[in-house]
Design a binder for this molecule. Structure first.
Ligand code: C5P
Length: 225
């Protein structure tokens, strides 16, 4: 099953009970589960609660001085997080501190948020994503982190810069059957993202907002087959 190998469900804007219910339904059918607002609300205990159902991706997108980032990474690692995000723009010392303190977890460096349009990216970073993402990827690779988070639009250029075992994780994935528009801007379908070389696909709302998350995952599996 491709969803078991590659799909991470973002458990956003739902209660702990609903998150655990979805995790139980999808256990063994997806790679794992991502927590963000639930991590803020519940603390690292949510990681321990989800672990029986699959791998857990803690997505706090840390961005602070190296010592503070290392402290938070250690807390999340102790709770059992498999993946932890930090922002590439925190710079080389911060990325190195995260990589050194992550123990059994893997650090992923967020390049440019998938919600940022090229125009917004230019106004914030003074560069378009096409030029900025490769800079952040080289920085992440040289700092010893395990992988990066990027938009599916940048997968091919990122892949050309990193070794095969470097993780390329992509949010902003929209199944062909999902027609709603939202804050995501640089998106692709699951199959296009996998073909381009993404290892892990993050999908949130198309699955969690469905009354039947299992049926939504089955539709994604069918689309990938
Ligand atoms: O609901 P949706 O599929 O848009 O969820 C995408 C998830 O991926 C969200 O939890 C968001 O925080 C996360 N993410 C992202 N863009 C990044 C990094 C993480 O959308 N660059």
């Amino acid at each position: 099953m491709k969803t078991k190998q590659h799909l991470i469900i973002a458990l956003d804007k739902i209660t702990v009970d609903r998150a655990l219910e979805i995790a139980e339904q999808l256990s063994g059918k997806v790679w794992g589960f991502k927590v963000n607002d639930l991590l803020v609300k519940e603390g690292p205990s949510i990681i321990k609660k989800l672990k029986p159902y699959g791998r857990v991706f803690a997505d706090p997108k840390l961005h602070d001085i190296p010592n503070t980032v290392a402290n938070s990474v250690s807390v999340l690692e102790s709770a059992g997080a498999d993946l932890i995000t930090v922002h590439s723009s925190g710079g080389p010392s911060m990325l190195e501190a995260a990589a050194k303190s992550c123990g059994q977890s893997k650090i992923l460096a967020v390049t440019v948020l998938t919600s940022l349009s090229p125009k917004e990216c230019q106004s914030v970073y003074l560069k378009k994503p096409a030029l900025l993402v490769p800079d952040f990827v080289k920085l992440a690779k040289d700092s010893g982190v395990a992988g990066v988070v990027c938009s599916p639009k940048e997968i091919e250029s990122v892949r050309s810069l990193v070794p095969e075992d470097f993780i390329v994780l992509t949010p902003g994935i929209r199944p062909a059957w999902y027609q709603k528009t939202d804050d995501q801007s640089r998106t692709s379908t699951p199959s296009v993202a996998l073909e381009a070389g993404s290892n892990l696909l993050v999908i949130g709302r198309p699955v969690c907002e469905d009354n039947n998350p299992l049926a939504a995952v089955k539709k994604i599996e069918k689309e990938l087959a």
